[in-house]
Design a protein around this ligand. Structure first.
Ligand code: ADP
Ligand code: MG
Length: 256
């Protein structure tokens, strides 16, 4: 197997909240075009790790290198511009917008259009750009089979549809890599199947995923590599079959 540079490289990540060390020197790599799972008992530090990677929470120490570029300390929106994006729950104000509007406001090009719009002589470009965004929005909604709810308010969607929209919105930012924090929580089996199918399709297209999930079997059955966190530290990593039989992993889950 050829050795390639990792897509994402996290080194020595640390975060302490008022004396509680949530992330305690975590280092790992994620390879391009792979679906990597991050599991661990409640409170292991998985979400904090995600938040530190995209600088939603400022880490106390550590570095994050994405695509060979040091993105440590960059504001979250600038990290996103490099292609590293995490999904977000649909916030209150977005629930009062339609699904299509959610897609439009999420677009990276949307921000760029806003800049063009105030520049005289570029109106023609703005229109074609907006048309392109609209087309991308519809295509993405169709990809997830949620185009029939495009004009519904996001707040009226089912839990599963909302999770699909969260991923669809993230794709509007044209990422290369997506961080998903519990994307299957509250999703019924039918939509879970659809979401998994789309994640595999996107992986085949070259997207890279890091997925936090409490359903261990789901991660073991769908990810090529698994990272296990426990008490703020990386306990184990490797292929699902290796990690599954690791005694430290078994102990961590049984020990709570
Ligand atoms: P996980 O996602 O693996 O369940 P978290 O990263 O959410 O774990 O939390 C790790 C630890 O950090 C927990 O002990 C949690 O209570 C604590 N923690 C997380 N976020 C905060 C915060 N904003 N303020 C204080 N403590 C926090
Ligand atoms: Mg969490």
């Amino acid at each position: 197997e050829a050795v390639t540079d990792p897509k994402l490289s996290v080194t020595g990540l640390e975060k302490t909240f008022d004396g509680i060390t949530a992330v305690d020197g975590v280092s790992f790599d994620v390879q391009a075009g792979e679906m990597t799972g991050l599991i661990g008992p409640n409170g292991a530090g998985k979400s904090t790790t995600f938040n530190c990677i995209t600088n939603l929470i400022e880490p106390d120490a550590g570095s994050v290198v994405f695509d060979g570029q040091d993105v440590t300390g960059l504001p979250t929106h600038r990290v996103a511009r490099t292609g590293l994006v995490r999904t977000f729950q649909i916030a209150r104000e977005l629930r009062e917008m339609t699904v299509l509007e959610n897609m439009m406001v999420s677009s990276k090009e949307q921000t760029e259009s806003a800049i063009h719009a105030v520049t005289p002589g570029l109106r023609e470009n703005v229109r074609t750009e907006e048309e392109a965004i609209l087309e991308q929005a519809w295509e993405t909604l169709e990809f997830f089979d949620i185009e029939h709810v495009a004009h519904e308010y996001a707040g009226t969607l089912s839990g599963g549809q909302r999770k699909l929209l969260e991923l669809a919105r993230a794709l509007m930012a044209d990422p290369d890599m997506l961080l998903l924090d519990e994307p299957f929580a509250g999703v019924n089996p039918t939509l879970e199947e659809r979401l998994l199918d789309r994640l595999h399709a996107l992986t085949d297209q070259g997207y890279t995923f890091l997925i936090v999930e409490h359903d261990i079997d789901l991660i073991m059955n769908n990810c090529v590599r698994v990272l296990v966190m426990h008490q703020g530290q990386l306990l184990a990593e490797g292929a699902p079959e290796t990690v599954r039989d690791d005694e430290r992993v078994i102990d961590a889950y049984l020990g709570g």
